[in-house]
Design a protein around this ligand. Structure first.
Ligand code: SF4
Ligand code: SF4
Length: 471
């Protein structure tokens, strides 16, 4: 990394002259100067090709809320031309981290890495209020990296959902005491579970028929307790396609939420655990079924590049990571997918559409595999969603911490969703799935459209799977 270690700078040239006197940078600017790859900052040639791909620029029309603008702000801070004030922080926070600016950039600027490094620097100098500090500590240190605690949360949530407490909370209007966003979220929560895939299937599932390779299943932290069925179906689809599936129980959370929230050291620690777990298992591929997780897994080589003890193994790991749709389509023995049961009661052809996962599309660079896979289901009409490549506003915890912009983006997204007249809206990431469910709920469309993870959609249509649930 070409970080500049000199922590002083020369006063920039201004219309009223320049001062030869060097003065120390602000401590945050110093940290940024050490953390950010200066070559990457200067690679930006200010062409502006990224503007049209950036949701926050399109929503605000502000240069500072665009990729080019944000890179200029980072560089100005590192060069000492500007103080990293509150407005600077606001623009860094407003970025979705969707990385739609990367595939369109002719200079191949790694904007996502610059953003992560900037957020990590900001976090090192941030004086949070006590409750935010406590919430961050609980989430990033005590929950996501502790699989047993995640399962306990899953169990508690399941008790709330199954014991009748949820009905009471809704029926008595207690939920009205909470902000609207939380009330909406509560309505679309998936069925939680205290038993993840290892507790259900063990750590090895044999291939059906001739084995064509061994896949290590990345189970995720939230995925394993909030979307357990999707995880189970992922393993079964992979087995159906001819893969032996190993699920190393020593794996942990991918660290994506940590990396995107300025907790790079914690993300690195999780990456080391995962690299060890899958290296020991010795797999041909590593399957992810969540675009947000997969995008960090595929960049573990970058995350651990300056750790000699792990760098080679991290490269080994990153080169094996694939989204489940890529694995099934490109490497697997594809099963037949039967046509959906007659759910199109409106007499229209059974219509499906797809909202890209930004990280699957922009970082893992896979947009065709999911589309081609779902088009293999018999007798479905696929309608392209206008702006499917644009973020839905979920973006990890963005819809919780940047509610206004997330809602604005979702509102615009739903205008296009309505135009598709689809019966099923398919996604490849749990965050996008919940956001799409939220949009459908808010637009009162749940009687005619449902949002579904691509794995659930495909598994439920396995033509020759007796245990498959046909819907
Ligand atoms: S497209 Fe790339 S080089 Fe052009 S302004 Fe955007 S980040 Fe800079
Ligand atoms: S990551 Fe997304 S929101 Fe952020 S600058 Fe790039 S395109 Fe815009």
């Amino acid at each position: 990394m070409a970080a500049v270690n000199d922590t002083t700078h020369t006063e920039p040239h201004t219309p009223w002259g320049s001062s030869p006197e060097k003065k120390p940078l602000n401590p945050l600017a110093q940290t940024m100067k050490l953390q950010l790859n200066y070559d990457e900052l200067t690679n930006c040639m200010r062409c502006g090709f990224c503007q049209a791909a950036c949701p926050t620029f399109l929503e605000t029309g502000l240069e500072a809320a665009s990729p080019r603008g944000r890179i200029a702000l980072m560089k100005a801070v590192v060069d000492g031309v500007m103080e990293p004030d509150q407005k600077f922080r606001e623009q860094m926070d407003l970025c979705l981290g969707c990385r739609a600016c990367e595939p369109v950039c002719p200079a191949d600027v790694k904007y996502g890495h610059l953003l992560e490094e900037t957020r990590d620097s900001l976090e090192q100098h941030e004086e949070h209020r006590w409750f935010i500090k406590a919430a961050r500590k609980v989430a990033f240190k005590e929950m996501f990296p502790k699989p047993k605690r995640m399962k306990l949360v899953g169990k508690l949530l399941r008790t709330y959902q199954k014991s009748g407490l949820q009905k009471i909370a809704r029926g008595t209007g207690i939920m009205n005491l909470f902000p609207k966003n939380m009330r909406d979220m509560e309505k679309i929560l998936p069925e939680a579970s205290g038993r993840g895939i290892v507790e259900t299937l063990g750590t090895r599932v044999a291939a059906k028929g001739n084995k064509i390779g061994t896949v290590g299943m990345f189970r995720g932290c939230l995925m394993d307790v909030m979307f357990t069925q999707t995880n189970l179906k992922t393993v079964q689809l992979l087995s159906e396609a001819g893969f032996e599936v190993l699920i190393p129980d020593t794996q942990n959370c991918c660290g994506a939420l940590h990396a995107h929230s300025g907790e790079i050291d914690a993300a690195k620690s999780l990456a080391r655990q995962n690299v060890r777990a899958f290296r020991e298992a010795g797999v041909d591929y590593i399957a992810s079924n969540a675009g947000g997780c997969g995008a960090l897994l595929v960049e573990y080589d970058h995350l651990l590049h300056d750790e000699p003890e792990y760098a080679d193994d991290a490269k080994w790991f990153a080169s094996r990571v694939k989204d489940v749709s890529q694995l099934l389509l490109e490497k697997g023995r594809l099963p037949d997918f039967a046509q959906p049961a007659n759910r199109a009661s409106d007499g229209q052809p059974f219509t499906i559409t797809y909202q890209d996962s930004c990280h699957l599309r922009n970082v893992m660079r896979s947009s065709n595999a999911p589309r081609n896979l779902m088009k293999r289901v018999a007798n479905v009409k696929f309608v392209e969603l206008q702006g499917a490549d644009r973020c839905c506003g979920s973006a990890g915890i963005y819809n919780i911490v940047q509610t206004e912009m997330a809602n604005q983006i979702l509102e615009h997204k739903m205008e296009h969703v309505k135009e598709t007249n689809a019966h099923v809206l398919i996604t490849s990431n749990p965050g996008c799935l919940l956001q799409m469910k939220l949009g459908i709920e808010r637009e009162h469309m749940s009687d005619k459209m449902e949002a579904v993870h691509i794995v659930d959609f495909l598994y439920d249509r396995l033509a020759n799977e007796p245990s498959a649930r046909k819907s």
